[in-house]
Ligand binder design. Structure first.
Ligand code: NAP
Length: 283
């Protein structure tokens, strides 16, 4: 595909990682950060060719990725929209889509919601890394009026990241990610919170020394960026509440089985969960 001029607003983990890959694919990248220091570092790291806190840099780009925190996506688009050419395609990367897609499409008809399903526990420009999105799902949520040529263009760009594109609507996206992304963030946080900090210090120190791969796997998302977890809960509240209620039911069922020493029934549940994991995760 022809190289494009691409704008990235918010040069953190996701924005910075998009910039690293798309720069390397031959696109011309312009970055926007609120701080000049981040702009300088982004150019030094080859995240973008040009970077500035000034939104005017976006006035002739083909495509913009909005990569700010969830709560800042709509206000950011409101601020920049007067600087943009009508042909500019705007997409975002926020982990929640319903309200954001609705509001952004009203502000900018050439808007397509997006969500790369990849991340780490770190934030900011230094956390940006190459190939973060490779082999990871990348969800796009066009709506009825989304221009089809804009969708095709965006699909080609995300294919260059090595991502696997999925097209769905914002509501279905939010229900599905509540189960596989947002609930695990809350549950991961509760695992960390459930460690009894009043336990004898020698036992706490032993637990700290013994914590290894199992603890790492089960708490990674719960120990990540607190601002992201908070905004997932605020912006996908209904779907998270539904999944938390279901989670509490299952937890109560398991608690009762252990209290009543119903080991066969507990084994049935654990066998069922062992069998269901490969349905969601291939390796
Ligand atoms: P991040 O590393 O903190 O980056 C966000 C960047 O946005 C910051 O570096 C900051 O850059 C800028 N920013 C912060 N507050 C802002 C505000 N009020 N207004 C304008 N810009 C602001 O976070 P991230 O993990 O990249 O997350 C960014 C987006 O990616 C979020 O919408 C999140 O839902 C989505 N996402 C995250 C993950 C993940 O696992 N982390 C995965 C998929 C999608 P400056 O200070 O330089 O302006």
């Amino acid at each position: 595909m022809n190289s494009k001029k691409i704008g990235i607003v918010g040069l953190g983990l996701i924005g910075g990682s998009l910039g690293l890959d798309l720069y390397q694919k031959g696109h011309y990248i312009v970055g926007i950060s609120r701080s000049q220091e981040t702009c300088d570092r982004a150019m030094e790291r080859k995240v973008c060719h040009q970077a500035s806190p000034d939104f005017k840099l976006l006035n002739d780009v083909d495509l913009i990725f909005l990569c700010t925190p969830i709560g800042s996506i709509v206000p950011t688009l409101e601020t920049i929209s007067s600087e943009l050419s009508p042909s500019t395609i705007v997409t975002d990367v926020a982990s929640v889509k319903g309200e954001i897609v609705q509001k952004c499409s009203e502000i900018w008809p050439n808007f397509i919601g997006g969500h790369p399903m990849a991340g780490t526990a770190f934030v900011g420009i230094e956390a940006a890394q190459y190939n973060l999105f490779k082999n990871a799902p990348y969800v796009l949520t066009p709506i009825e009026n989304t221009p089809s040529q804009s969708l095709e263009c965006l699909k080609k760009i995300i294919a260059q990241l090595g991502s696997i594109p999925y097209i769905t609507n914002p509501e279905e996206h939010d229900c599905a990610v509540a189960w596989i992304s947002h609930l695990p963030v809350i549950v991961g946080a509760t695992l960390l919170e459930s460690i009894d900090s009043k336990a004898p210090s020698n036992i706490l120190e032993l637990a700290q020394k013994l914590a290894s791969t199992g603890f790492k796997d089960t708490t990674r998302v719960g120990g990540g960026n607190p601002e992201l977890g908070l905004m997932m809960a605020q912006y996908n509240r209904e779907a998270i509440l539904d999944s938390l209620i279901k989670y509490q039911q299952v937890l109560q069922e398991i608690t009762d089985l252990i209290r009543q020493q119903k080991w066969n029934a507990l084994e049935d549940i654990l066998r069922k969960s062992q069998a269901s994991r490969p349905y969601f995760l291939k390796d």
